[in-house]
Write a protein that binds this ligand. Structure first.
Ligand code: SF4
Length: 184
């Protein structure tokens, strides 16, 4: 199985979720958010093709990484390979975040046509959802660009069947801002 990536895996990121993370920059997005920061990732024929096996091998060799983050582009345009990579990351006990331009509710609708979207949510710790909206841009937000985007705690959300956000008021995010290494 193949996946198109915008760039090689980026290790040691501290700005794409809690802790120290490896970012998988997927290629391809048609959400067309005005003022998108990564327009070079939109072309579905751009970037480079990788095999899922190649990415799994890279994950096997990671050291000192708390987790992986799917970003892009929109990773959900390549749901099959992304699902396989997320499953492998979980086997390795890595924490998994995923950014998408779809809202969580839209992902659930996609799941009615293709159950792999729903399956994928089971392997995600945090889903950062929604398009970037420039009129809601806020540089003080952690791990997202605009205030409509949500940090959704997927484990709690699936368990309770209602959206549970990563709390911002109980000190978890505050401690991260104070540079404590943190892992959820
Ligand atoms: S979803 Fe992300 S990559 Fe796609 S246009 Fe919006 S900001 Fe850009």
């Amino acid at each position: 199985m193949k996946i198109r990536l915008a760039a090689p895996l980026q290790k040691d990121s501290v700005v794409d979720g809690f802790g120290v993370r490896t970012v998988i920059w997927t290629q391809g997005c048609s959400h067309n958010c005005p003022f998108c920061q990564n327009p070079q990732t939109h072309d579905f024929n751009g970037g480079e093709e990788w095999t899922v096996e190649e990415i799994k091998r890279e994950l096997d060799e990671l050291n000192n990484q708390d987790g992986i983050t799917f970003s892009g582009g929109d990773p959900l345009f390549q749901i099959e390979p992304v699902l396989e990579i997320a499953k492998h990351a979980k086997k390795l006990n890595l924490n998994v975040w995923c950014y998408t331009g779809w809202t969580y509710e839209e992902v659930l609708k996609l799941g009615k046509k293709n159950p792999k979207y729903l399956e994928f949510l089971n392997y995600i710790d945090v889903l950062v959802d929604g398009k970037f909206e420039n009129d809601k841009k806020d540089l003080n937000l952690l791990f997202r660009g605009s205030s409509n985007q949500r940090l959704i705690d997927m484990k709690k959300t699936l368990k309770s069947k209602e959206i549970v956000l990563v709390p911002e008021s109980d000190g978890i995010i505050d401690s991260f801002k104070n540079k404590d290494k943190l892992f959820i």
